[in-house]
Design a protein around this ligand. Structure first.
Ligand SMILES: Cc1cc2nc3c(=O)[nH]c(=O)nc-3n(C[C@H](O)[C@H](O)[C@H](O)COP(=O)(O)OP(=O)(O)OC[C@H]3O[C@@H](n4cnc5c(N)ncnc54)[C@H](O)[C@@H]3O)c2cc1C
Length: 301
């Protein structure tokens, strides 16, 4: 039986961040993080668009708006301190027709209310930022949006966590509760507090503790298509005006940290949680990276 003061379940960016914050506030606490995969960041945290969003999508009174703005500032500083390459290429939000303009204006209003640097620009100005971009009449430019390799961020956080005295145990899956202890595939853990940061399985763990009874996670997956054009051929991230009623940003062009363009993600219902390929599955990192993009690299313009 292992014992700890805090047990963090899940080694994604959220679990690692919470574990480090606990350790910072309670330097004497024994903090144990368990991750079911052989390494941290094997799921959403290691396979996303890698965008450090500026924070102008969310309504000003929301925590999302506050956390996105603060997160952008702090992650930028963190990446710079750790020498993790950041592509500070900014982001254009473009309108496809007149119907998009009210939402474009709403994004501008939210950006200003959230204290985010955001520029309303003409089509000509947009073309001076990225010559191949098309927009209807006007666009927004966010200079604070940048991109990073999400796996590099997770790896750096994992190394920091270990250095700070957090015990990280990969290959250890939460299986349930037993007489007040946590049951895993590698024995039981007697934990003072349990932190549930298990991503796509967070709802199931929450239910074991009497929360989230009315909620179920509906898995969606996003596919990316990579361009075979050389690095730097597109200068900035390009996003459509989103439908603000939905939680999706719309299919966008992302410029990766090394300057390559990819388009995506789609948002399609997945057959099950962590379902990245057709009827197969790809729990390990190397396969995961293939499944979120496509092997068939071709021109996407
Ligand atoms: C297609 C896509 C693109 C995105 N793009 C961006 C972006 O550009 N910028 C941005 O900021 N955000 C983006 N996001 C969102 C971002 O990826 C997530 O908000 C973030 O990764 C969530 O982190 P997490 O730690 O909560 O979850 P995860 O990264 O899923 O971590 C949860 C961990 O818990 C582990 N776990 C699960 N069950 C158990 C168990 N029973 N026992 C032990 N461990 C368990 C899992 O293996 C996993 O490692 C994107 C998301 C998607 C899907």
């Amino acid at each position: 039986m292992q014992t700890c003061d805090f047990l963090v379940i899940g080694g994604g960016v959220i679990g690692l961040s919470i574990a480090r914050e606990i350790r910072k506030r309670r330097t004497d606490a024994r903090v144990l993080l368990i991750e079911k995969e052989p390494s941290c960041g094997a799921h959403a945290s290691g396979r996303n668009s890698g965008v450090l969003h500026a924070g102008f999508y969310y309504s000003p009174d929301s925590l999302k708006a506050k956390f996105t703005r603060l997160g952008n500032e702090r992650l930028t500083t963190y990446c710079e301190e750790k020498h993790i390459p950041l592509n500070k290429c900014g982001k254009l939000v473009v309108a496809k027709d007149a119907a998009d303009l009210p939402s474009l204006d709403e994004l501008l209003r939210r950006g200003h209310a959230n204290g985010i640097e955001l520029q309303a620009i003409t089509e000509t100005e947009a073309k001076s930022i990225e010559p191949r971009v098309k927009t209807y009449q006007r666009a927004l430019f966010s200079p604070r949006t940048s991109t990073v390799s999400p796996l590099q961020v997770v790896n750096a956080m994992q190394q920091d966590a270990v250095r700070e005295g957090i015990h990280i145990q990969c290959g250890t899956a939460y299986r349930g509760r037993d007489n007040g202890n946590v049951r895993t595939n590698r024995g039981s853990i007697d934990a003072g507090y349990v932190v549930n940061s298990a991503g796509l399985y967070a709802d199931k763990i929450a239910m074991d503790y009497g929360f989230s009874e009315k909620y179920r996670i509906l898995p969606f997956k996003g596919l990316y298509l990579y361009s075979d054009e050389p690095s730097g051929s597109i200068r900035t991230n390009i996003y459509p005006v989103p439908d603000l009623r939905n939680p999706f940003l719309g299919v966008h062009f992302t410029i990766t940290a090394d300057g390559k363009a990819k388009i995506g993600p789609t948002a399609i219902p997945a057959l099950w949680r962590e379902n990245y390929e057709g009827l197969g599955n790809a729990p390990c990192r190397s396969k995961a990276r293939r499944s979120t993009g496509t092997e068939n690299r071709r021109s996407i313009f």
